[in-house]
Design a protein around this ligand. Sequence first.
Ligand code: AMX
Length: 443
Amino acid sequence: MSKLKEILSKKIEDHRPRTTRLVKEFGKVKIDEVTIDQCIGGARDIRSLVTDISYLDPQEGIRFRGKTIPETFAALPKANGSKYPTVEAFWFFLLTGDVPTQKQVDDVAAEWKTRQVVPTYVFDAIRALPRDSHPMVMLSVALLTLQKDSKFAAFYGSGKFNKMTAWESVYEDASDIVARIPVIAAFIYNLKFRGDKQIAIDPKLDMGANFAHMIGQKEEYKDVARMYFILHSDHESGNVSAHATHLVHSALSDPYYAYSAGINGLAGPLHGLANQEVLDWTMQFQEKYCKGVEPTKELVTKALWDTLNAGQVIPGYGHAVLRKTDPRYMSQREFCLNTPGLKDDPLFKLVSMIFEVAPGVLTEHGKTKNPWPNVDAQSGVIQWYYGLKEWDFYTVLFGVGRALGCMANITWDRGLGYAIERPKSVTTAMLEKWAAEGGRKLS
Ligand code: AMX
């Protein structure tokens, strides 16, 4: 058993009595109520999911294992010669809640090296797809292709399935997925956008650095990858990708089925695809409004209103939970401001101008509950600066990061034996009846 798995085993054992006690002794204690608004409006704000891996406060933003983004970056051991932690250190932290020692990070890195080689049949399956398939389709197919070797599925089918130890095979699949997904992503990028010029894994490098190496990027991009994957990892459990993964796994579908579902949800323009949409919007803006002229706040304001008046959303702005600027946006903005070249980049300047103008326009428009930027408003600019100009790849990068949160969560889901998810639906006539009666009569 790996060192990390041993630690996790103890953590899960220690945690189980807390969950059991809550259900047995306090199972009927009420923590929320549901309105018709919430029922029709996407179950917004209904407290009905449990995770200890991250928590999203509407004002403050995300905390990973109780730590804000700056606290997380400060606490974790750093990559060699870098201000940023390795993804390996972050994975240990997400799974256990403990800040790892350098030795523990090295153990995770060594464990990932044994897992990261992707079988050739995965590449064959990706190659068999039409080359103009969206990169997210390729990623989802790659995950499903790996399913045949799922250790969780094998354990379930072995006749020795045991609820108490089932998490161990989820851990195996989850670790395989997080170790392999950057390699698959790099393959997709090279296949689609670099004329199939593939670069072999460099086993000396940490995950972020190896990803940069495999897509032929320069030295500085190693930190971009580390930062990007960590920032996009987890956003508590209710967002579409995390929730889809949790839901599918709750049927004891293995992690490959579950994360393929998560990836499919992430591919939606209201969720992970927004990073691609932001770049698309910005490029269209430059083409339509700035022919031969510098972008100005007036031009940006006009373009924003034209988008809203056409009934479209401003990509990269708004959030279902957050009610202030996303700290993941600020973290990436800080990276841009601290990177010579990037801070004076015309696209970064334009995105900063949108940041100055859009909240006011959206407030005046009066629909969105949160006029502030989310993570996606900033992330594409950095990729673009480093030469990743093929923006339909951006959501794949999101998917590589999000794998960390989704896989950590379902490992714990199994460890704590969470039930198959099955909310109750009602009919419109029932809602109308309860509306007329001033509420459903609860016995
Ligand atoms: N531009 C224009 N209108 C917006 C808006 C935006 N950026 N954000 C929300 N609105 C509108 C909604 O469409 C809705 O209109 P409706 O009443 O006509 O349906 C109204 O404001 C109320 O919406 P809300 O309660 O503020 O937001 P929500 O929880 O329903 O949706 C989100 C949240 C993110 C889907 C939405 O803000 C949005 O579409 N943003 C743009 C896409 C985007 O950036 N997505 C990425 C989110 C982060 C992520 O998951 N990666």
